[in-house]
Design a protein around this ligand. Structure first.
Ligand SMILES: Cc1cc2nc3c(=O)[nH]c(=O)nc-3n(C[C@H](O)[C@H](O)[C@H](O)COP(=O)(O)OP(=O)(O)OC[C@H]3O[C@@H](n4cnc5c(N)ncnc54)[C@H](O)[C@@H]3O)c2cc1C
Length: 481
C-alpha cells in the first residue's frame, strides 16, 4: 500500500496501543470523544496528499507507486526542489499549526538513509541494512512516525545522564535472541497517540565517558508491548470546524513516553550501544536536511499570520494607520527572511558525504535560532492588533438563531462593509491561532521543539568559534600592514 488515504490512516490506528489520558487508558484513539477530532485532522493530511498529488507525491523509485515526497532520499537539487513543494503544500493544510505532520520525521529518516557512510564506518553494513529495510517499510506502508529523542533531565542541576537523570533515561538493559530490551523514558512524543511508529535517534552527542547503553537508535510500532504514552491534557475540542478551526482538528498531542522493558527486535535496532555512530550522526547534516522542512512550515505560518493580521486590520479599517502598518511590516519581514533563508539554503546545497545532497545549513541554522523569538513576537502582534475584538466574537452558530442574528448584524458589523459573520469568523480564527488552549500549547512548541533559543544561540556561536569565525577582521588587519 503506497501513499495512504485518511481512511486507511485511521484503520491503522486501531490497535491496543497504551495511551493514558488523565487516569483513563484510552481503548481506541479513533473513537475516543476527546481525541477523535485530532484523528480526523490528521486523516485530512493523508487525504490532502492525494488532493494535491502533483505537489505531495512522487513515484517510489523502487515500485513506481505514489510515495510521499518527503521520503525522497535527496541526491540532487531537483530532489530538494520537489520535496520543498511538498513541505509547502503540507504546511498549508494547517497553516503551520501542525508542527509534526508526518513529513517532519519522514525527512529525518530519509536524511539518515542518505548517510550510509556513518552507519558503515566500521566496515559492517548490518545497521544500515536494517535502517534501509525500515525505510522501505515506511515508504511502502506510508507509515506515520513520531520521534522521541530528548533525555528526561529531571534534575537540571546535573548532567543529562547523571544521578537520577541517568536512572530514568532510556537505555539497553538486556538481550534475548530476538532483540534488545530497553527501559526508561524520553520527552516528548508529539503525534505519539496518532503515529504508527515511535522513532528514537540521537538528539545530540552524549558527553565523553557516557555509558554506551544509552547510545541507541531504533524504531518500533507504537503498539509494542511496554510502550506507555502519558498524554498531557488534550486541547482539541468538540466545537465545530467553523467555530474553532484549529482546535477542532489540529491538537497533535504531546506525550511523555515510558519504555517499560520493551523488546526492540534486532532488525529494528539501528545503533546498538555504539557511541561513535550515535555521536556522529547529528553532525552529518541533520540540521541541513531537516531544517528545510521546519523553515518552510515556519514561512507558511508567518505568511498566514501576516494575512490574518491584515484582514483583522481591514475589518477595523486601520490597515494603513501607521502604528498598525508598522506592526504588519514587522511581521512581513519575519516571513520573508524565513523564505529567503530557505531559498538561499537550497541554492547553496551540496553533497554532505555519501551522496547525501542537503541544504547549506548556515541560513537555516540562523533562522532556527531566531525563530522562537519571531514566533513569540508573532503571537504578540496578533494579540496587539486584534485586541478586545479577539473576544467579542459570537459563535458562528449564533448567526443561525433568528433572535440573535439581527442583533449581531446590527451591533457587531465590520468597519469595511463586510458583514458581522465575516468579522466573527476572522477574529475567532485569530483567537484560536494564538489565544486558545491549543494556541498556548503551539506557542510553547515553537519555543522548544528544536531546543530553546539560548541553546541555539550558544550552539551556533560555539560552532562558529570552532571554525575560526568569518575571517573578515583578519583580512582587514592584514591590509593595515
Ligand atoms: C510542545 C512540545 C513538543 C515537543 N515535542 C517533542 C517531540 O516530539 N520529540 C522530542 O524528542 N522532544 C519534543 N519536545 C521536547 C523538546 O525537545 C525539549 O523541550 C527541548 O529539547 C528543550 O528542552 P527543555 O524543555 O528541557 O528546555 P531547556 O532547553 O532546558 O530550556 C529551559 C529554560 O532554560 C533556558 N535556557 C536553556 N539553556 C540556557 C542557557 N544556556 N542560558 C540561559 N538560559 C537557558 C531556556 O530559554 C528556557 O527558558 C517537545 C517540547 C514541547 C514543549
Amino acid at each position: 500500500m503506497a501513499a495512504r488515504t485518511g481512511k486507511q490512516f485511521i484503520e491503522g490506528l486501531k490497535d491496543d496501543r497504551e495511551i493514558w489520558l488523565g487516569n483513563e487508558r484510552v481503548k481506541d484513539v479513533t473513537t475516543h470523544p476527546v481525541l477523535s477530532g485530532s484523528v480526523r485532522g490528521m486523516a485530512g493530511y493523508f487525504d490532502w496528499q492525494h488532493t494535491y498529488a502533483d505537489d505531495c507525491l512522487v513515484p517510489d523509485p523502487v515500485t513506481g507507486e505514489p510515495m510521499n515526497a518527503s521520503l525522497i532520499v535527496p541526491r540532487n537539487a531537483e530532489d530538494l526542489e520537489k520535496r520543498h513543494r511538498a513541505f509547502e503544500r503540507f504546511a498549508r493544510y494547517s497553516c503551520g499549526m501542525l508542527g509534526r505532520t508526518p513529513d517532519y520525521v519522514n525527512v529525518t529518516l530519509a536524511g539518515f538513509v542518505a548517510r550510509k557512510d556513518i552507519f558503515t564506518a566500521k566496515g559492517d553494513t548490518t545497521s544500515y541494512d536494517r535502517l534501509h529495510a525500515f525505510y522501505r517499510e515506511v515508504v511502502e506502508k506510508d507509515l506515520s512516525m513520531t520521534h522521541t529523542i530528548i533525555q528526561p533531565a529531571i534534575d537540571k542541576s546535573i548532567g543529562e545522564l547523571m544521578g537520577l537523570n541517568g536512572d530514568i533515561a532510556l537505555k539497553a538493559v538486556g538481550r534475548t535472541d530476538e532483540g534488545v530490551i530497553v527501559r526508561g523514558a524520553k520527552i516528548l512524543a508529539t503525534l505519539g497517540p496518532f503515529a504508527d511508529e515511535i522513532f528514537v535517534y540521537p538528539a545530540g552527542p552524549l558527553p565523553p565517558g557516557s555509558p554506551v547503553e544509552h547510545a541507541l537508535m531504533f524504531s518500533i510500532p507504537v503498539k509494542t508491548k511496554g510502550v506507555i504514552q502519558v498524554c498531557r491534557d488534550h486541547y482539541g475540542t468538540t466545537a465545530s470546524q467553523a467555530d474553532q478551526s484549529f482546535s477542532s482538528r489540529f491538537d497533535e498531542q504531546d506525550t511523555y513516553v515510558i519504555f517499560d522493558d520493551v523488546l526492540v527486535p534486532h532488525e529494528r535496532m539501528f545503533i546498538d550501544c555504539d557511541l561513535d555512530a550515535y555521536n556522529n550522526l547529528r553532525a552529518a547534516g541533520w540540521a541541513a536536511n531537516v531544517f528545510q522542512q521546519t523553515s518552510t512550515r515556519a514561512a507558511v505560518k508567518l505568511e498566514f499570520a501576516y494575512d490574518l493580521c491584515t484582514k483583522m486590520a481591514k475589518i477595523m479599517n486601520v490597515e494603513k494607520k501607521p502604528d498598525v502598518a508598522m506592526r504588519l511590516g514587522e511581521l512581513w519581514s519575519y516571513s520573508q527572511l524565513t523564505r529567503a533563508a530557505t531559498r538561499a539554503a537550497m541554492i547553496d546545497a551540496r553533497d554532505w558525504g555519501s551522496g547525501a545532497f542537503f541544504c547549506d545549513d548556515r541560513p537555516l541554522r540562523a533562522v532556527r535560532a531566531q525563530m522562537p523569538g519571531w514566533m513569540a513576537r508573532m503571537s504578540e502582534l496578533v494579540k496587539s492588533i486584534g485586541a478586545h475584538n479577539l473576544l467579542a466574537t459570537p459563535s458562528l452558530e449564533a448567526f443561525n438563531n433568528p433572535a440573535m442574528q439581527p442583533l449581531l448584524d446590527k451591533y457587531m458589523p465590520s468597519a469595511n462593509g463586510k458583514d458581522a459573520e465575516e468579522r466573527a469568523r476572522i477574529f475567532r480564527l485569530a483567537w484560536d491561532f494564538v489565544g486558545s488552549a491549543l494556541g498556548a500549547r503551539v506557542d510553547l512548541y515553537e519555543h522548544f521543539y528544536l531546543a530553546s533559543q539560548p541553546t541555539n544561540f550558544i550552539r551556533e556561536h560555539m560552532q562558529t568559534l570552532a571554525e575560526g569565525g568569518f575571517g573578515v577582521l583578519d583580512e582587514y588587519l592584514a591590509q593595515q600592514g
